[in-house]
Design a protein around this ligand. Structure first.
Ligand code: DGP
Length: 112
């Protein structure tokens, strides 16, 4: 499949992994927007994004948020932001569900 994140899951594209289990992978964003910028993704190719979460695949999303909480603690973050972009107009560039964990600096109050 021609998906960058599937290639990262498969190990065909290198990444700086910070967490991995059977269903979830977390790795540092190649273009960090904050001192901590980690992408947490399901290993399963859930295309395209949050709009495609269903009763059949939602369990991994809960698990992803467990991992986000664990990683935030490990990174020493009490204040952090979790973002998922859905659609090009919202800034999504990779059509494989993913969550950005951002922290380590003061984050603007503007969400858009
Ligand atoms: P989004 O724009 O929300 O679809 O986020 C995609 C993110 O993926 C973006 O912040 C940059 C990151 N990214 C794209 N290609 C790679 C890659 O090959 N390696 C890593 N580590 N991150 C990537």
């Amino acid at each position: 499949m021609d998906c960058i994140f599937c290639k990262i899951v498969a190990g065909d594209i290198p990444s700086t992994k910070v967490y991995e289990d059977d269903t979830v992978l977390a790795f540092r964003d190649i273009n960090p927007q904050a001192p901590t910028h980690i992408l947490v993704i399901p290993k399963e190719h859930i295309a395209n994004g949050a709009a495609d979460i269903t009763a059949d695949n939602a369990a991994v999303v809960g698990h992803i948020f467990e991992i986000i909480a664990k990683l935030a603690k490990e990174e020493g973050l009490s204040d952090f932001r979790v973002v998922t972009n859905n659609g090009e107009g919202a800034g999504q560039t990779v059509p494989h569900l993913h969550f950005h964990l951002l922290g380590g600096r003061t984050l603007g109050v503007e969400m858009g």
